[in-house]
Design a protein around this ligand. Structure first.
Ligand code: NDP
Ligand code: 8X3
Length: 252
């Protein structure tokens, strides 16, 4: 088989756009998310349109046992993962520190830090054996600068930033590339999830400027993933034209 890309959080947003782009370029895919129906529909669609192979891997990244089981029991022909796009994540709520829900905090920490780590380590073990691979971690502008009511979400993305640095150092001896991609505001299901299905509040996040689209971020990820073997982008921040960082965003 030619190159294999493992994408977490491939049922929508950046992950889905990456699945589309990498499939169009001829890569075989392992796609993850909790919504199995969406994974199945995407697999059928991409296989039909691009003639590539797609393996669906429906699991919750924060479930340590499931992550271990699925990744350690991958069929032999899917074992040589070339690129991991470690993307699954979410914001839950946007509240002042003293008012925020502990359940929201737990979910973000469990998904964005613990789940992120479980998947990355399971796949890094395989890459270390082959002395080859590229891990692309999806951080955020929120990994660089905290904003009001962003408290724990920002903290999880600061953790992604620190762990990307740590992984790059520790995996150096195995020849594994580690890239952190830090997008700014992008119009995906992110805000719908953050505001728990409140579509009107979610839509307001993207009013008055032209936000990034999932495809913009997928293009950047694809660029980072397809550089010559000896070249690694360590980290990269990408925003729309109206945004400088997680605090400075000009709306009309
Ligand atoms: P979406 O909500 O569109 O996509 C999130 C994806 O993550 C979905 O496929 C979802 O799948 C998956 N996911 C969430 N929780 C879990 C879980 N526990 N286990 C497995 N999969 C999970 O948002 P985005 O595409 O925007 O977000 C992708 C990443 O980018 C996140 O890490 C986010 O923090 C980050 N980001 C987003 C920005 C934005 O403005 N949109 C900017 C910067 C970073 P399912 O629900 O099926 O499990
Ligand atoms: C997601 C973008 O601005 O809500 O990381 O932090 S933002």
């Amino acid at each position: 088989m030619s190159a294999i890309v493992f994408i977490t959080g491939a049922t929508s947003g950046f992950g889905l756009a990456c699945a589309e782009l990498f499939a169009a370029k001829g890569y075989h895919l392992i796609i993850n998310g909790r919504r199995e129906e969406r994974l199945r529909a995407t697999a059928t669609d991409l296989q039909t349109r691009y003639g590539i192979n797609v393996l669906t891997a429906a699991f919750d990244v924060s479930d340590q046992q499931q992550v271990k089981k699925v990744i350690s029991e991958l069929p032999a022909e899917w074992d040589a993962i070339d690129v991991l796009i470690n993307n699954a994540g979410l914001a839950a709520g946007r509240d002042y520190f003293e008012e925020a829900s502990l359940a929201d905090w737990d979910q973000m920490i469990d998904t964005n830090i613990k789940g992120f780590l479980y998947v990355a380590q399971a796949i890094a073990k395989k890459m270390a054996i082959r002395k080859k691979g590229h891990i692309i971690n999806i951080g955020s502008t929120a990994a660089k600068l905290v904003y009001e009511k962003g408290n724990t979400y920002c903290a999880t993305k600061f953790a992604v930033d620190a762990l990307s640095q740590a992984m790059r150092i520790d995996l150096l001896r195995h020849g594994i590339k580690v890239t952190a991609v830090n997008p700014g505001a992008a119009e995906t299901e992110f805000s719908l999830v953050r505001f728990k299905g409140d579509a009107a509040t979610a839509a307001k996040v993207y009013e008055g400027y032209q936000p990034l689209q999932a495809e913009d971020v997928a293009n950047v990820i694809y660029y980072a993933a397809t550089l010559p073997e000896h070249v690694c982008i360590n980290e990269l921040t990408v925003t729309c034209l109206q945004q400088a960082d997680s605090v400075h965003l000009i709306k009309k």
